[in-house]
Design a protein around this ligand. Sequence first.
Ligand code: GLY
Length: 331
Amino acid sequence: MKRRDFVKIGTLGTTALIIDGCNPNETSLKNEILPPPLGIDKIKVISTWNSGIEANKTAIEILKNNGPAIDAIEKGLNVTESDSENTSVGLGGLPDANGNVTLDACIMDHNFNCGSVSYISNIENPISVARKVMEDTPHVMLSGKGAYDFAISKNFKHKNLLTESSRIKWEEWKKENKNVLPAINHENHDTIAMIAIDQLGNLSTGCTTSGWAYKLAGRVGDSPIIGSGVYLDNDVGAACATGMGEAIIKICGSHAIVELMRNGSSPQEACKIAVQRIKNSNKDLKDLQVGFIAMNKNGEIGSYSLYSGFNYAYQDAQESKLIDSKYDLDW
Ligand code: GLY
């Protein structure tokens, strides 16, 4: 625990003895007195789309065991990345126009630490590489071959991420669509983005995606961009995004939501205002689906999407459910 966290929790008026090991006879007072965790009632995870249900289950177990939110985010998102049936994240993700699967991911913790990888290939769990960038380098973002080489140097395994069913879909797209990008929908563009709050009341967030199906080679979306795909200020709250990255980047969507919450908006209001900004900053709204989820420091949550059809998975220590997001327009 960092001193800043201790001081903050200390203002709640809690103190505790430190137990040395498991044997109560070995209990001793140490110089530093740590507060107890705030407790299991505090923990909560939200994730975009219904694939978030399984990811949340892994995340909540970590939080129940008093693990940090950053572990919950990484291990939770790994579940979706490694699910070959999910065609817009990690293994099984739909490829770019040339048939290459390229991935974007970023992660951020309660101390403004953040890490990101963009346009990385052949690595199944980019969110874990992003965490290594955050923890093991002085940088925030690594991209393309550099990100891949870094991952290999950290013992990540080279893997072909293009599954047979995704390859067949890409072949069909090439035959039928003559390089027209598909409309944003659940199958070809549903980034998983997650926010967790742990027993100490600390937030973390992250997101991971294979991006827009059949995108131009080299295209990077909002998901590896701190402030667009995710943002977090532990004194305020966190926000993250799914949908058309190009529109989210233009308004720095997740950062905008955190700033709105700082200025008094609820998570729900803040997500709605960000979506209105996207609506006002794009002339052509056809197929421009975007969705945001947010959680404030008190664990209050909210979401909003431009079109109907967006949902997100909620999990606390007791219950798991899928929530239909409020939205602006019917498809
Ligand atoms: N939101 C994910 C992307 O646009 O790539």
